[in-house]
Design a protein around this ligand. Structure first.
Ligand SMILES: Nc1ncnc2c1ncn2[C@@H]1O[C@H](COP(=O)(O)OP(=O)(O)OP(=O)(O)O)[C@@H](O)[C@H]1O
Length: 315
């Protein structure tokens, strides 16, 4: 049974309603309910096997849910794709071998219901100079750019990218994300799965964290960092020996300790109390800094907490 949405479909680019997908005993996507809106740039994060690719496959109609519904612009994924509203860049899938980059991009443009001009697509993906190369003679990063060109061969309203920048060097990565930002600024929805958390932090205006097929966090990068509830405390101690290191490790509220040379980096769920106890040891730390967690550390903290919660629940 499906639940009818109350908002008009045009306000939602993507809508997952109680979607579940299993492979045998493995529940890859677990009662996922989620709306994406036009113009959002959304990062999909999660440890290996969390269900990111499965979610994207369901969104693109490459797999059917066992239960629940997936809607794309108010229609089935297949209808949205046929209407030329969705462009996708997936991890796998070979490119045709014996054709040039230009021929392949031209084919993608010809197949698209709302195509862009071939030269524009090549230029946008930064592959004009590769246009006459055979596709099977490209490096991994160049191949990624060709995949990106194929995903943007027409005027899509939703662009879905599965780990798009794998293999790209730093400058290409920057150019790639600048292009993606332009797409979002024009009102398109961009959804990308990534393991590069700094990319998610810099690019996405919304971050989704999946864990064992369930959505465990959904918000801006700042909100996700706040949700982790921990902060970093770092300082230098000129005379730091093993005995003192032991006392530092015993400070209250610590969730992580890293001592390297004279520099101490702590992670604490109550930084004020930790710093208070630090001074209580009679020490004189230098360069003391208390900062929020980076998205990467927040991600690790949130997924570890979820793992612990699951473990406790299954005992
Ligand atoms: N075709 C399949 N047959 C059986 N199990 C599968 C299949 N595809 C995925 N799985 C399993 O479903 C779970 C989710 O996999 P999925 O590829 O969606 O995760 P992911 O978050 O994209 O992982 P990664 O970051 O490693 O790419 C994993 O446990 C995986 O082993």
């Amino acid at each position: 049974m499906t639940t009818q949405t109350t908002a008009p479909p045009a306000t939602r680019a993507v809508s997952f309603d109680q979607v579940t997908k299993s492979y045998g005993d493995v529940r890859a996507v677990d009662t996922l309910t989620l709306d994406l809106h036009p113009g959002e740039t959304v990062a999909l994060l999660g440890p290996n096997g969390a269900g990111k690719s499965s979610t994207l496959d369901l969104l693109l109609g490459l797999r059917r849910p066992d239960s629940g519904t997936v809607r794309v612009f108010g229609t089935s994924p297949r209808e949205a794709i046929t209407a030329g509203r969705v462009g996708a860049m997936l991890q796998s899938g070979g490119l045709m071998d014996e054709v040039t980059v230009r021929e392949l991009v031209r084919l993608a443009c010809e197949l698209h219901p709302r195509p862009h001009r071939v030269n524009d697509v090549l230029a946008h993906a930064g592959i004009t100079q590769l246009a006459d190369r055979k596709v099977n003679k490209l490096s991994g990063g160049q191949e990624q750019r060709v995949r990106f060109a194929l995903a943007t061969a027409g005027a899509n309203d939703l662009i879905v990218l599965d780990e798009p920048t794998t293999g790209m060097d730093v400058s290409v990565r920057h150019a790639f994300w600048a292009t993606m930002r332009e797409q979002a600024d024009q009102g398109r929805t961009v959804l990308f799965a990534t393991h590069y958390l700094e990319e998610a932090d810099a690019i996405a205006d919304r971050v989704l964290v999946l864990h064992r097929g369930r959505l465990i966090a959904d918000g801006t990068a700042a909100e996700i960092k706040a949700k982790a509830g921990a902060r970093k405390v770092s300082f230098d101690l000129p005379e730091l020996d093993a005995a003192l290191a032991g006392r530092l490790r015993a400070l209250p509220f610590l969730t992580a300790v890293d001592i390297s040379g004279h520099t101490v980096r702590l992670q604490s769920t109550d930084a004020d109390a930790t710093v208070h106890a630090l001074y209580g040891l009679g020490l004189h730390p230098r360069n003391l800094e208390v900062t929020g967690l980076g998205l990467e550390q927040a991600f690790v903290a949130i997924t570890a907490a979820e793992e612990a919660r699951k473990e406790a629940g299954t005992c």
